[in-house]
Design a protein around this ligand. Structure first.
Ligand code: AHR
Length: 548
C-alpha cells in the first residue's frame, strides 16, 4: 500500500478545486482518493517512476511574485549585503554593490519586502531620508547601531537596479497612521505638496511605485502583542488612511494592502485569521484589503535549533519532513479564507518562510547567520512546488532572507560574494515565473530514514508564456538515484534538456573558498515515442524543458 502522504501529494497536484472546499470535505475527498488508488502499487525503489503530464490542462498561474525576497535591517542583510556606501572600494553604484545586483538580476527578483520583519514596527522613515541621517539603534537584532544611511531612496534605487517591485512593511507597532500616511504621500504624490517637494529635493521628483504594502508585521508578537480585535481596529484605520497617490497606480497596478495573518498552526492563529477575514467580509466602503500574510519557518526546536553545517541524514530527513508542514498550513488557512472569500480575492501572502538554524559558531546570535546546503535547496524546491500547487490562493511569497541572514540567496564577506544552493534553485525556477501550472500525476513511493518517511519524489510542470513545457522533479532520497519516465498527453516531444542541482553530501555547501560545490549542471533526457526518460541523482533538483 502506498504511503498516505504520497497519495495526498498526487491529489493536491491533480485537484485545482480542492482549496475551494472545506477541510472536512477535503478530508473526505482524500479518503476517497486513498480508497480508489489503494490497489495501485507504488514504484519500488528500483522501478522506473512514471510521471504523467496532461499538457491540455492548465492553471492556475504560478505568479512570479511567489519568488519574492525579504531584506530586513538585520545583521549584514542590508549593510554590507546590499549597501557598502559610494566611497567603498567594493564596486558599487550609488553605494549599492554591483556584484549583488548582477546576481539578483539573474534570478529576476519580482519584489523585495523591506524594512522588516520585527524591525519594521520600530522603523521611522523620516530618520532615513535627506542629507543628515539620524543614528538610532536596532534593539531587535543585536542592539547594534542603525545608521539609517540605507533609507527610502536607497531602497527604491536598489530595487530599481535589480528590476524588482517594492513591498513596504509599515510601522503599526510603534508608529502612527499619520506617520505611515505621510510616508506614502512622500513616496507617491505627483501634486506639489511640501512632502513631494522634499522628495524631489532628495533626488526623486517623479512619484515612486509601491506595489505592495504590509500593514504591520507579526502584530500578535514582536509587532505589538495585539489581540485579534485590537489588530483589526488598527487595520481598518491604517487601510483607510494609508493612500497611494501615484496616478499610474490609480486604476491599473493598484497597490495591494496585506494584513498580518497567522504565524503557525496554534489555535490563536486560527482565531486571528478568522477575525481578520470576518472583518474583511463585513467591511464598509472606507477600507479594503487584498492579501493576508502567513509566516512559517522550518525549525525543529526554537530553543535548540539544528545546525546548518556538519549534519547527517537524520537531520536532513527531519528538516524536510518539517518543511512539508507548509502544505497543511496553506490548506487549512485557505479553508478558513474560503469561508469568507470563495472567489479568492484575498491572496495568501507567505511573506516569511525558509529554514531557521542555529547561528554559525562565532557569529553574533542576533544576526541570524547560517550556512546553506543542498538540504536547503531541496527544502526550497518543495516549498516553491507547494506554492505553485496552491497558486489560486497563494500569489506572493518571500523567502527569509535575501542576503547573509537565515536561508539566503547570497553570502558576502567584505569584497567576497558566494551564491548559495538556494540561489541556484531560484535561478533554475525562473521559467516558472508567471507560467501556467500543468497538473502532474505520479506515485513514486517513499523514502524512509529511521522513523521519518517522506515522499521519494516531488514534481511540478508548467507552460511558460511562450507555450513551452517545463518540468521540475526533486529526488528527496539522499542515497538512491531514480529513473524517471514522463509521458506527455497533448504534446509530441522531440527533445528535452535542462539542469540538475546536487552535491556529494547532504550537508554540502558553497563557501568563499569553494564556491562551486553545489551548482547546476547540464542534463539531457532521452525522448522516444513521445516519452521522456532521465535519471535523477540522489538529493537533487532537476528542471528540464521539452521541445516539440
Ligand atoms: O526573519 C526574522 C524575523 O522572523 C522577522 O523579523 C520576524 O518577522 C520573524 O519573527
Amino acid at each position: 500500500m502506498a504511503d498516505k502522504s504520497e497519495l495526498i501529494y498526487c491529489y493536491c497536484a491533480l485537484s485545482t478545486t480542492a482549496s475551494k472546499r472545506s477541510l472536512v470535505t477535503r478530508a473526505l475527498l482524500v479518503t476517497l482518493v486513498l480508497t480508489v488508488l489503494a490497489p495501485i502499487a507504488p514504484a519500488s525503489q528500483t522501478d522506473k517512476v512514471k510521471i504523467s503530464v496532461d499538457v491540455s490542462r492548465t492553471g492556475p498561474k504560478i505568479d512570479r511574485n511567489l519568488f519574492g525576497q525579504f531584506a530586513e535591517h538585520l545583521g549584514h542583510g542590508v549593510y554590507e549585503g546590499i549597501w557598502v556606501g559610494p566611497n567603498s572600494k567594493i564596486p558599487n553604484t550609488r553605494g549599492i554593490r554591483n556584484d549583488v545586483v548582477a546576481a539578483l538580476k539573474a534570478i529576476r527578483v519580482p519584489n523585495v519586502r523591506w524594512p522588516g520583519g520585527c524591525f519594521a514596527d520600530e522603523y521611522h522613515w523620516r530618520k532615513g531620508i535627506g542629507p543628515e541621517r539620524v543614528v538610532t539603534l536596532n534593539p531587535n537584532w543585536g542592539g547594534v547601531i542603525e545608521p539609517n544611511t540605507f533609507g527610502t531612496h536607497e531602497f527604491m534605487d536598489f530595487i530599481d537596479q535589480i528590476g524588482a517591485e517594492a513591498f513596504l512593511s509599515i510601522n503599526v507597532g510603534s508608529g502612527s497612521p499619520q506617520e505611515a500616511a505621510e510616508w506614502l504621500e512622500y513616496l507617491t504624490t505627483l501634486q506639489p505638496t511640501t512632502l513631494s517637494k522634499e522628495r524631489a529635493a532628495n533626488g526623486h521628483p517623479a512619484p515612486y511605485k509601491i506595489a505592495y504594502l504590509g500593514i504591520g508585521n507579526e502584530s500578535w508578537d514582536c509587532g505589538g502583542n495585539m489581540t485579534p480585535d485590537y489588530y483589526v481596529s488598527q487595520l481598518k484605520i491604517y487601510s483607510r488612511f494609508v493612500r497611494n497617490f501615484n496616478p499610474a497606480q490609480s486604476s491599473n497596478n493598484q497597490m495591494l494592502k496585506i494584513a498580518v495573518g497567522p504565524g503557525g498552526n496554534e489555535p490563536r492563529f486560527i482565531e486571528w485569521t478568522d477575525a481578520v477575514m470576518k472583518a474583511w467580509k463585513n467591511r464598509q466602503w472606507s477600507w479594503d484589503l487584498q492579501g493576508l500574510s502567513l509566516h512559517n519557518y522550518t525549525v525543529i526546536h526554537w530553543d535548540k535549533k539544528f545546525a546548518s553545517v556538519g549534519f547527517g541524514e537524520s537531520e536532513y530527513s527531519r528538516i524536510l519532513k518539517a518543511t512539508l508542514e507548509m502544505e497543511n498550513l496553506i490548506s487549512s488557512y485557505s479553508a478558513i479564507m474560503d469561508k469568507y472569500d470563495l472567489e479568492k480575492r484575498i491572496a495568501l501572502v507567505v511573506d516569511e518562510w525558509g529554514a531557521w538554524y542555529a547561528p554559525l559558531p562565532g557569529s553574533n546570535p542576533g544576526f541570524l547567520v547560517q550556512q546553506n546546503s543542498v538540504r536547503d535547496a531541496i527544502l526550497a524546491s518543495l516549498n516553491l512546488n507547494i506554492f505553485a500547487r496552491h497558486g489560486d490562493r497563494v500569489r506572493i511569497a518571500n523567502i527569509a532572507q535575501m542576503i547573509n541572514v537565515l536561508q539566503s540567496m547570497i553570502m558576502t564577506d567584505k569584497e567576497k560574494m558566494v551564491l548559495t544552493p538556494t540561489y541556484y534553485v531560484y535561478k533554475m525556477y525562473v521559467p516558472f515565473q508567471d507560467a501556467m501550472f500543468v497538473p502532474v500525476a505520479f506515485n513514486a513511493g517513499t523514502y524512509t530514514h529511521g522513523d521519518i518517511t517522506l515522499p521519494r519524489v516531488d514534481a511540478i510542470a508548467a507552460k511558460d508564456t511562450k507555450g513551452k513545457l517545463w518540468l521540475e522533479i526533486t529526488n528527496l532520497d539522499p542515497n538512491k538515484p531514480i529513473e524517471i519516465e514522463v509521458s506527455l498527453a497533448g504534446l509530441n516531444a522531440k527533445s528535452a534538456a535542462g539542469e540538475t542541482l546536487t552535491a556529494p553530501r547532504v550537508d554540502s555547501v558553497n563557501t568563499f573558498e569553494t564556491p562551486t560545490t553545489v551548482v547546476p549542471k547540464r542534463i539531457s533526457a532521452k525522448v522516444e515515442g513521445g516519452t521522456v526518460s532521465l535519471k535523477l541523482e540522489p538529493k537533487s533538483i532537476t528542471v528540464i524543458s521539452v521541445e516539440q
